[in-house]
Ligand binder design. Structure first.
Ligand code: BGC
Length: 243
């Protein structure tokens, strides 16, 4: 068992995870991501969700940034004050138990690879999370290449995540047709550069695949994740066993 926490743009979600199956072993606890996401308010929010989960298990934190050795290195959609902070050390101090930190898309990818849509898939697998930003996780024969940031790839002169994230659809008031066209541009570029065997799409927006999946065109096999919005939590918990 381990606790998984997924820090997203709108909410911080947490649950105890049974690592044999990837299933939740406690109800999911969630709080809104503090509007002033200073390091202190965010740590307090983390403490709130984690102390609401039974037991004192190790914690895996999925965070929307590049994470190297527990330290936050980028902050595209976060308070820039996070850059250079050792999230793992700060959270370990605050929660008084072992904490590891990992990029949120890498966490979702680990979960889909172990328990979900990409289970036992060999070759090159690319997972994209389409949420506040676009996160990416790249696997080669089951091994993660950590901290890929393909959401910031320039696609026809504009960042991929400004074209086809879940937030882009809402902010730019796009229809499913126009959003799917934007996503097609992004998928085309990513495919041309990586030639993956499988692309797995994740994130809240993929909860309604019937709205867009048949509008997508991609040379690689394409599917939506099976763990849906739970993937980040499950992968974060799983990551506690991988370091
Ligand atoms: C960040 C990534 C993150 C993704 C999804 C991007 O803006 O740069 O690190 O994985 O958003 O949250």
């Amino acid at each position: 068992m381990a606790v998984g926490v997924d820090v997203g743009g709108s909410s911080i979600k947490c649950a105890l995870v049974d690592l044999r199956t990837g299933a939740f072993a406690s109800p999911r606890v969630s709080v809104p991501t503090p509007a002033q996401d200073s390091t202190e308010t965010l740590l307090t929010a983390l403490q709130t969700v984690v102390t609401n989960v039974p037991g004192r298990h190790a914690v895996g934190l999925a965070f929307p940034s590049v994470i190297r050795n527990g330290t936050v290195r980028t902050a595209a959609n976060l308070n820039k004050a996070w850059i250079g902070k050792s999230l793992a050390v700060l959270a370990t101090d605050r929660l008084q138990r072992p904490v590891i930190a990992i990029n949120d898309a890498d966490a979702a990818g680990l979960a889909e690879l172990r328990y979900g849509a990409a289970r036992d898939v060999p070759g090159t697998v690319l997972l994209l999370t389409l949420g506040t930003g676009i996160g990416s996780a790249l696997f080669v024969d089951g091994k993660l290449v950590p901290n890929t940031e393909f959401g910031h790839l320039q696609v026809a002169g504009r960042e991929a995540e400004l074209r086809a994230s879940g937030r882009a659809k809402v902010d730019q008031n796009m229809s499913w047709d126009s959003w799917s066209e934007q996503l097609n541009l992004v998928l085309k570029e990513m495919h041309a550069l990586l030639w993956p065997d499988l692309i797995v799409l994740c994130g809240g927006i993929t909860e309604e695949p019937e709205k867009f999946l048949d509008k997508l065109r991609c040379e690689a096999r394409l599917c939506v994740g099976t763990l849906r919005s739970e993937a980040g939590i499950v992968g974060a918990a799983l990551a506690t066993t991988l370091v």
